[in-house]
Design a protein around this ligand. Structure first.
Ligand SMILES: [Fe+2]
Ligand SMILES: [Fe+2]
Length: 314
């Protein structure tokens, strides 16, 4: 749930920035034209054709990481539906970006599912059931408008990128080809993050009081996973975090801190008292994150650690 009602002006994207959005879209198209890829290029097709499944099964941690990523990606129809409806009043380049983003995201679940099938990893039937359950549950969000949507999506893409890089490290030794595929997906997530991140920055540059809706989103951020959808989500998160895959410190150092610096959150000087209060709240939130990240590395427990600072700061 989000906080108190926000100034209506800052719910929407600023239409005066349309040419800037267009330039960001061109930048994205140029970057993807240089690094374009197709999912079959990352599948072990030759080994499969040669009927040479001479490989050991993925370790439980590596499989769990890949399956969790897959189950997140598989909900793409609902992410697209949510974004398309929420951004329907936004300038053309934003809407075009969402369509391109969808086409790029579409490869992610396909690559991961195909990889797991071809390599005989995991229980295909159980995974198929989990996929159906994810999609049947849909995706709900409590974002108050397009600007909050941009902030949320920036953080989500940065967190997803970080998750993929952690998963890639977990697979490095046992399956280098899978690790390469995960790193390739992470590059897509980075480019997506950069578009949304720069849309947010342009608004902060124009009006530092956009910091208020930004704070509302950052303090309550959660990945588009939930206990309701992925019943064993907390168990998965605890298991992976305890084995170095997406710990709280990864979230702090690879997601919150780089965005904090890029958006210059400390240096912004809001005009409104409410925004100044939000800025203080944001600093407390980061301090709480740091504290919990330290205790995570100290006692080796990542259990539930992502939710505690949110409650403390809120
Ligand atoms: Fe993705
Ligand atoms: Fe993504």
């Amino acid at each position: 749930m989000l906080q108190q009602p926000l100034d209506d002006r800052r719910l929407d994207l600023d239409p005066s920035l349309e040419s800037h959005f267009a330039a960001l879209l061109v930048r994205h198209k140029e970057a993807t034209a240089k690094t374009g890829w197709r999912y079959h290029e990352f599948l072990p097709l030759e080994a499969f054709r040669a009927n040479a499944p001479d490989r050991s099964p993925l370790s439980p941690t590596a499989y769990l990481a890949v399956e969790t990523a897959l189950l997140t990606e598989v909900n793409l129809p609902w992410y697209t539906a949510g974004l398309a409806a929420g951004l329907a009043s936004c300038p053309g380049p934003i809407q075009e970006f969402v369509r391109i983003w969808t086409s790029e995201e579409d490869q992610h679940a396909t690559l991961l599912e195909s990889y797991l099938l071809l390599t005989g990893s995991g229980d295909h039937g159980a995974r198929a059931q989990a996929r159906k359950a994810m999609i049947a549950a849909g995706w709900q969000h409590a974002l108050a408008g397009p600007f909050e949507g941009m902030v949320y999506t920036t953080i989500q893409e940065a967190a997803t990128r970080t998750f993929y890089l952690c998963a890639a490290r977990a697979c490095d030794e046992e399956d280098p080809a899978l690790s390469m595929a995960l790193r390739r997906i992470a590059k897509d997530e980075t480019l997506h993050m950069a578009f949304y991140r720069d849309v947010v920055k342009a608004h902060l540059d124009l009006d530092p009081d956009y910091l208020r809706p930004l704070t509302a989103v950052m303090l309550r951020f959660e990945m588009p996973w939930s206990g309701a959808v992925l019943r064993d989500f907390e168990e998965r998160r605890a298991h992976l975090s305890a084995r170095g895959v997406f710990r709280l410190s990864d979230y702090l150092e690879e997601v919150v801190q780089p965005l904090w610096l890029y958006w210059g959150l400390d240096a912004r000087t809001p005009h409104e008292e409410e925004t100044r209060k939000a800025q203080v709240q944001l600093r407390r939130y980061r301090a709480a994150l740091r504290k919990f990240a330290r205790s995570e590395s100290g006692d080796g427990e990542g259990r539930d650690s992502r939710s505690r600072p949110v409650q403390e700061a809120g």
